[in-house]
Design a protein around this ligand. Structure first.
Ligand code: FES
Ligand code: FES
Length: 152
């Protein structure tokens, strides 16, 4: 059985037929072919699959595709299709990317944070980074990248 759903994906209205047990992460990667959103743990622990749904950063591996019906979804491909955002530039400047697997999740968490508040406190930044795992950077360059944008 497939269910028809419709939602706004990176600014465009889209329709998909999905199985009731398909996750939003599977839909994004396998049906919408947007592979910037990463499949890390698959059970809500690593943050690599983070997207923005109705303005909030959420883990797409924990959400069923059918729950996206009627929502507005932004993936890493949709945040700034033409140019890098200030946060993406800061990640490069601060050396906050090594293998890069975790990066889309951190960027999406950060973009959601900076939409809510342009000058987040250190605690707000840490809160937004919490639950995102990075095995390469030691987190400090990522925190510094967020700080750099917060200072602008
Ligand atoms: S893949 Fe979703 S939190 Fe790890
Ligand atoms: S840069 Fe490799 S996991 Fe974060």
């Amino acid at each position: 059985m497939s269910i028809k759903i419709q939602f706004k994906l990176n600014g465009e209205e889209k329709n998909f037929y999905v199985k009731p047990n398909m996750t939003l992460l599977e839909l994004i990667r396998e049906k919408a072919h947007l592979t910037g959103t990463k499949h890390g743990c698959g059970n809500g622990e690593c943050g690599a699959c983070t997207i923005i749904m109705n303005g909030e950063p959420v883990r797409s591996c924990l959400i069923l595709a059918v729950e996206a019906d009627g929502k507005e979804i932004i993936t890493i491909e949709g945040i700034s299709p033409q140019n890098l955002t200030e946060l993406q530039k800061a990640f490069i400047d601060e050396g906050a990317i090594q293998c890069g697997f975790c990066t889309p999740g951190f960027i999406m968490a950060g973009e959601a944070l900076f939409k809510k508040t342009q000058k987040p406190s250190d605690d707000e930044i840490k809160e937004s980074l919490s639950g995102h795992l990075c095995r390469c950077t030691g987190y400090e360059p990522i925190f510094n990248a967020f700080k750099k944008v917060a200072k602008k």
